[in-house]
Design a protein around this ligand. Sequence first.
Ligand code: SF4
Length: 409
Amino acid sequence: MTTPIFMNVNTSAPTPKVVMSYGMGEDSTAILLRWLEDPTSRDFDLTDLAVVTAMTGDEWESTRTVVEAHILPRMAAAGVRFIQAARSRRHVTKAGDGVVVLSDSRAPTRLHLEGDYTLWREMAEAGTIPQSGGARTCSVHSKGDVLDPIIAKITRGHSYRHVLGFEAGELRRAAKDETYNTASRTGEYPLIEWEWYRDDAIDYTRSIIGTSPGRSACFYCPFSLGNKASRAHMLTRYAAEPAIAARTLLMEHLALALNPAQGLIGGKRLIDLIRTEAMTGVLDAWEDLLGSQRHAIYEVRRIISARGGDPDVAGNVQRSLRLRCTGTREMLQDVLDRLAADGAAKGVTAAITGDDGIMRLYQHQRAATFPTIERFFVVAPALAPTKERAGFDERWAAFVNDTGPAAAA
Ligand code: SF4
């Protein structure tokens, strides 16, 4: 059980002059390590440093292995303050409500990689994946929103230097971060100052500890999967950690079942790539995990508006998700197959198996123009609870008289 922020941050600790956001990846690890190993690389005392990390709960186990074996012991030996935090299921506010502090210690021994309310859990309960178009809202919610109130709490309005691990090739990110400077906060980017690119950071870390923590990211990160080089790195890690890969595929599978457009690789499916690459260890772990899941028949309804009234452009989407019944995958697929045969005989439904191999039983298929609606039934892991905004039924009824196989399911 974790404790709310204001009960767990050490408020009697000296106010830090330097706060480092530690993402546990190659870049920020190199900075921390150099500061610990080489006092000439910094112009402050380590007692003035606070290192803060927000746990999404979904980092790679290999990150834990390296950080616990090589970084935490050095931090503890130097007495560096390390605050580990995460978001809880509660809504996170600027004042820190909803944030949990997992550890605040100058002698850290354990990485609380498990977080609290993990991003994976949040996504699965919403039946979706982190959205890779536009801003990284998942990162803002899981990391930025968690760290901001903690930093405010420990710096108490005093001036501080906020260190981030942007490497020499990330000048634009640094320039953007500088726009967040305030009268008390000044962003600093040591790797850019040292003119270190990521390879320099990795080389340095390897020269000191003989290994590297690898790239830091959630194990299902669509931004990493969308990048060719990062994707290759992810596939290597999946091969080494098939259970993690299986959890990634479970998230994707549920999101796909509820929305065929939800693939983790920029809309394309990770499962297809895993099959193409013939990653049998991952596929075996995935089949085992899927087979162990309690499943549900979901009823999915969407009302898709026309953007700006233009019938050719999709606008806002409202979704209603209902669990009709739960059981084993085989049993429920059997039920859905029978409903499909019955509905086809009456000419009221269409069973469509997409190229994702998932059969969806449609009572309403979306039209090519907007506004439009869709309604289908599908078997998928029972991880997403029933969810529907107030008033959805009234809006739905405005489109159609709601009868059909729903009652039978
Ligand atoms: S690592 Fe990727 S999925 Fe995780 S919070 Fe950051 S952007 Fe989102």
